[in-house]
Design a protein around this ligand. Structure first.
Ligand SMILES: [Zn+2]
Length: 508
């Protein structure tokens, strides 16, 4: 489950990020022209949806496919029995409390966290929460009243009734993995081999009482999840172990203040993790986020205490990234043991066990559950740069080549005198080489540069009057605004070198 961490006080997204998102249609509230639209639902606009898609593509390429994991695309609506089996009907709830003066609803744990700046364990009982609220004389944030109802539990799953008579009770999945577990046996029968990684990227739904912080707590959220099914007796048999054994994980151990860099080997030897497979998967997760351009000193795995962990987890590491206002959890890594397959086996009355070396057992699961939209938000926050040059202020997104919506922009400096025709030919040529290209000819060149800077396009080519005489164009670099003249014939090769980081812009 996803949790936010606080440095102090309420965590608010940077206004600047929100302004940029709205100005460039990266993301914005769903159905915003209607006042009846509930909060916590966000649409990704033309540029935002490309960045978001590229994040998922990177995950697929660098984690799923590289590790030989499989991917499914399951439905978001699942029958009640699934959530009876998963425990969500019973346990997937938030403590809520109502102000008796203004009737506003609050999450009791959030109310406490926002008032006394302390993390409230998920396991805290209703009575304990009530006692804390009384002890600290916490007031309603809306009307300042101290008069609250008792704490009660509110199930966060969204119910849907299926069929003309609406007699089949179903739910929108609160996590994508709940369409993976019921599929396990079908997929295993085809593969007959453990460990077996089954992944999925898709939407999940949580009826949050107080969605906030834009993409950091939504009611409809994107998840990319990997469930690795394995034989618990072979947790230390890991193919590819040599590739990670010396790799250092950034671990924040229970009760510690500082992150320690601990090699996978050492983490296993000191029994910090339950086995090599877990160290291996944590390493691959950390490497994946580093490959998206997040610097190593801004990331950590935080070890969760028993009372903080989700109800199904034996061992949990929250992968967190530091942005201006604090650490944000992007991935929950949960050792779910045989909890899920056991539960689904019991309720479905199907035998979900497998046989290996003549022994029958229920596979264990280690999960890497990443938030797509949170990853999107954090990458945006880290990429956001503002610089002042003289009286001019410039904003640009320092996105990596892999997730920038386009690699190159092509502009004719004016939309006449044959320049657009040349620019369009360059665009078509680059697309035939598989570059992602954005072409624009409206607005002044300065405005067009400002636009592509703000959506993170790394390079731009401008066709101008000089092009007519010598077939050269201007190539501009986003981060430095440096410009170079290059010949049209050299464009594909030079861009390929830049894209694949074979050469720097200065050495071009
Ligand atoms: Zn109130």
């Amino acid at each position: 489950m996803l949790n936010l961490n606080f440095k102090k006080g309420v965590f608010l997204p940077k206004d600047e990020i929100m302004n940029l998102a709205l100005r460039r249609n990266l993301f914005y509230p769903a159905a915003e022209i209607y006042s009846s639209s509930p909060s916590g639902f966000w649409n990704f606009g033309p540029f935002g949806s490309i960045i978001r898609r590229k994040i998922v593509e990177q995950w697929r390429k660098k984690l799923v496919e590289k590790e030989g994991f499989l991917e499914i695309d399951g439905t978001v609506i699942l029958p009640r029995d699934v959530f009876e089996a998963s425990g969500h009907l019973k346990s997937f709830s938030d403590p809520i409390i109502q102000c008796l003066k203004c009737n506003s609803l609050h999450r009791a744990d959030e109310l406490i966290k926002d008032s006394i700046y302390e993390i409230v364990p998920e396991s805290m009982s209703n009575q304990e929460l009530e006692a804390l609220i009384k002890k600290h004389k916490i007031v309603c944030p809306k009307c300042k009243s101290e008069n609250f109802s008792n704490v009660r539990r509110f199930n966060m799953m969204m119910r849907v009734m299926i069929g003309a008579t609406e007699d089949n009770e179903c739910y929108l999945r609160p996590e994508t993995c709940q369409s993976i577990f019921p599929d396990f046996l079908r997929i295993y029968k085809n593969i007959q081999k453990l460990p077996l990684g089954i992944s999925q990227a898709g939407k999940s739904f949580r009826n949050e009482i107080a969605p906030r912080n834009s993409l950091l707590r939504e009611r409809e959220l994107g998840q990319m999840e990997i469930e690795v099914f394995f034989n618990p007796n072979k947790i230390d048999n890991v193919e590819g172990w040599d590739e990670v054994k010396d790799y250092k994980l950034n671990l924040l151990l229970l009760g510690k203040e500082d992150v320690e860099k601990i090699s996978c080997d050492e983490a296993c030897a000191k029994k910090i993790v339950s086995g090599k497979l877990i160290a291996y998967l944590l390493a691959r997760t950390q490497q994946f986020y580093e490959s998206l351009g997040i610097s190593n000193n801004l990331i950590r795995f935080r070890q969760l205490a028993d009372d903080e962990k989700a109800f199904y987890s034996k061992e949990t590491w929250d992968f967190e990234v530091k942005i201006d206002l604090g650490w944000v959890e992007l991935v929950a890594c949960n050792y779910r043991t045989d909890y899920d397959l056991k539960g689904h086996g019991n309720i479905s009355k199907k035998d979900l066990s497998v046989v290996e070396d003549g022994v029958r057992f229920i596979p264990h699961v280690f999960e890497i559950s990443a938030g797509i939209d949170r990853t999107f938000y954090v990458l945006l926050d880290l990429a956001f740069k503002k610089e002042v040059r003289g009286r001019e202020e410039r904003i640009y997104l320092d996105l990596s080549h892999e997730i920038a919506p386009y690699f190159i922009a092509v502009f004719p400096i004016v939309s006449k005198d044959g320049l657009p025709e040349i620019a369009k030919r360059i665009k078509n040529d680059l697309e035939s080489y598989d570059f992602d290209v954005i072409y624009e000819e409206k607005a002044s060149i300065g405005r067009r540069y400002a636009k592509i800077d703000e959506i993170g396009v790394p390079y731009a080519i401008t066709v101008d009057y000089e092009t007519l005489s010598d077939n050269s164009v201007t190539l501009r670099e986003r981060n430095t605004m440096k410009q170079k003249r290059i010949f049209i014939a050299d464009i594909p090769t030079k861009l390929w070198l830049l894209k694949n980081k074979k050469i720097s812009f200065d050495d071009l």
